[in-house]
Design a binder for this molecule. Structure first.
Ligand code: GUN
Length: 283
């Protein structure tokens, strides 16, 4: 029988804990922790994500600054917004929602965020520190997955972990985190041969490939832990990268979609914002 890892419940616990820490922070430093979010354009999925991030920011008692720029903004206009937040000492974290419109260079914009305010953990300095196993800001989605794995109390040391997907936002940092947990890590991607056979050997599968129901029952070992990072919008609503109904009974632990990794990503964003604020006050 599978255990469902309840991301909604776990994220609620993290947020409630941050709510208390936020009060203590304000008492200690006389100001509110502040997160600035920038959304360029009208991508419907991004609009939903940003709305949820702002709602959660306010829930934990942080100050939320939001900047909505039109789709036809120039790169310079977006850059100016980021630069002014970078120089604003009252701002602890800056999040530029991706993807940006095609005419704007994402790397150029992200690199204007100081590493100390990079609540997404996307910047080279933070990714490099993760690679070296140094304390740093960790990308929210893989960090959330790591917290979910921790909640199972399973010792993953020496286990075979397979990450499906090699994005800079999820797959690569996820693989590094699992390596730091002493897993034997394989990263699979669109060019991988024998993907099914590789997955079948896994004690842990993290699916982050963006294809609805990509992980099927014949790819999953009995008793494996399966984490579904996918959020695919289909005619039948939100669907993960895992064929949940057919896979769940094979697993020891599995995450649902929705209500799994998604809420954890937001909780870890707030956690990262808190950590950036505390580091700034103690710098
Ligand atoms: N777009 C999709 N996921 C993310 C995320 O975690 N952070 C940002 N900034 N943009 C995203």
């Amino acid at each position: 029988m599978a255990n469902i890892i309840d991301g909604k419940k776990l994220s609620q616990e993290i947020k409630d804990n941050l709510k208390e820490k936020s009060v203590e922070f304000e008492k200690l430093y006389g100001r509110k922790i502040t997160l600035a979010v920038i959304l360029v354009g009208e991508n419907p999925a991004s609009q939903v994500y940003v709305k949820n991030k702002i709602k959660a920011t306010e829930y934990v008692g942080f100050k939320s600054l939001s900047f909505y720029l039109p789709n036809d903004s120039t790169e310079e206009q977006v850059a100016d917004t980021v630069k002014s937040l970078a120089n604003d000492n009252s701002v602890d974290g800056i999040l530029v929602q991706l993807p940006l419109p095609k005419h704007i260079n994402e790397t150029k914009i992200l690199n204007l965020i100081p590493a100390s305010k990079d609540v997404d953990g996307f910047l080279p300095e933070n990714v490099g520190k993760l690679m070296l196993g140094m304390p740093t800001t960790i990308a929210c989605t893989p960090y959330g997955v790591a917290k979910m794995l921790e909640s199972t109390n399973i010792d993953f040391s020496g286990k075979n972990a397979v990450v499906i997907g090699r994005s800079n936002i999820v797959g690569k940092p996820m693989a590094l985190l699992l390596l730091n947990m002493n897993c034997t890590v394989t990263i699979c991607h669109s060019k991988t041969k024998n993907l099914k056979e590789i997955c079948k050997q896994a004690d842990l599968i993290v699916a982050a490939i963006g294809k609805p129901k990509f992980v099927t029952a014949d790819m999953v070992k009995d008793g494996a832990v399966v984490i579904d990072v996918g959020i695919n919008r289909t005619e039948n609503g939100l669907v993960g990268d895992v064929d949940f109904e057919n896979v769940k009974d094979l697993t020891s632990y599995i995450t649902p979609v929705p209500g799994g990794v998604g809420p954890m990503t937001i909780a870890m964003l707030l956690n990262n914002t808190y950590l950036c604020a505390v580091r700034k006050e103690n710098a």
